[in-house]
Design a protein around this ligand. Sequence first.
Ligand SMILES: O=C(O)CCC(=O)C(=O)O
Ligand SMILES: [Fe+2]
Length: 308
Amino acid sequence: MALFERLTRQSVLRNYLRDARRIVAEPAHYLQRKRLASELSPPPLTIPKELGFVITEPKVIPGLQELQALLRSLAERKFGEIDFKAFDAGVKQGSVKPFYFNLIDRKDVIENPQMLTFALSLPMLSIVSRYSKVLPELSHMGIFCSGLDTGSNEVKPRGTQVLHWDNHDLGHIKFFNFLDDVGENDGPLTVLPAEKSWWLRKKTGRRFGTWPVRDDAEFYRYFSEKDLLPIIGTAGTVAFVDTTRCLHFGSRTRGTGRRRTFVLHYTKFADYSESRTKLYQDFNLATSPECRAAVSLDRFGEVAYRLV
Ligand SMILES: O=C(O)CCC(=O)C(=O)O
Ligand SMILES: [Fe+2]
C-alpha cells in the first residue's frame, strides 16, 4: 500500500490529534463527561480490557428483553418493504454496501423512541463508560442486514468483510443485538481479542496505522482459526465490541445465510462521520435534532446525545 495512504487514511496519530483537538477546544465539556462517567452506578456487565469485547444474553441488560419484540417486528417489516430500485441504485453508486446495510431510517427512530431510550439508559451508558472512562457520545443506530446479496459468498471479501479495525476515533464501542439466530453461515461478526490484535499490529508494522488485513493469508501467518471468535448465538444474543482495538470482519454469509442485528455506536466524539440519511446507509443520530427531540433526556442523556 502506498505510504501516503498509510499515513493519512488509517492513521492512528491522526485520530489522536483529532481527538486531542476536540478536547482542547472544550476542556470543561470533556471533564464533565469524565465526571458523569464516574457518577454512574456500577454496570451490570464489564467489558474486559484485555479482550475488548464481551458476549452475553439480553436478560443481563435492563430494558433489552422488553425491546426484543419491537425490534424483531420492525426488522421484519422493514425487510419486507425494501425498495430494491433504491437499494440497487445505492449499490451501483457505491453508497450502499449490499452485504451489510441498514434497514431503518430517522422516521423509524422517531416513531419507536423506545430504541433511543434504551440506547441512552443508565445501564447501557455505564457499561460503555466503565470501559472507556468517559461518558460516550451515541452516534449511530441501525438494524443491519447481511446476506441479501445472494452470491456474495462466492466473491472475494470486500469492505468490512475484510479483517479490519474501525478507524474513526480512539474508542468506538459497538453494541450488537441479534434479531435472528446467527450461525456459522449467517456471516457472524468475527473478532480477534484486543491484546492479540495489538500484538498483530506491532508485528506487522501497524502501530501507527490500522490499514486492513486485506488477505486472510497475512493473518494466518501469525494466528490460526481458533484465535478468531465468530459471534454466533440465538436471537437476542448481545455483544459489545471495541472495534477500534479488536481486529474484525463480518457478513461473509454462505448460501442462504442471513443476519439482522440491532446496532448502536458509542464513540469518543460523535461528529466523526458526516450526516448521511440516504436509504440503507448508516446514519448519524448526532446530526438529527428530530430524533433527539423524540425522547426525554436526563442529565446523562443530555450529554451522551450530543448534536453536532
Ligand atoms: O458485521 C459486519 O458485517 C461487520 C461490521 C463491522 O465491521 C463493524 O460494525 O464495525
Ligand atoms: Fe468494522
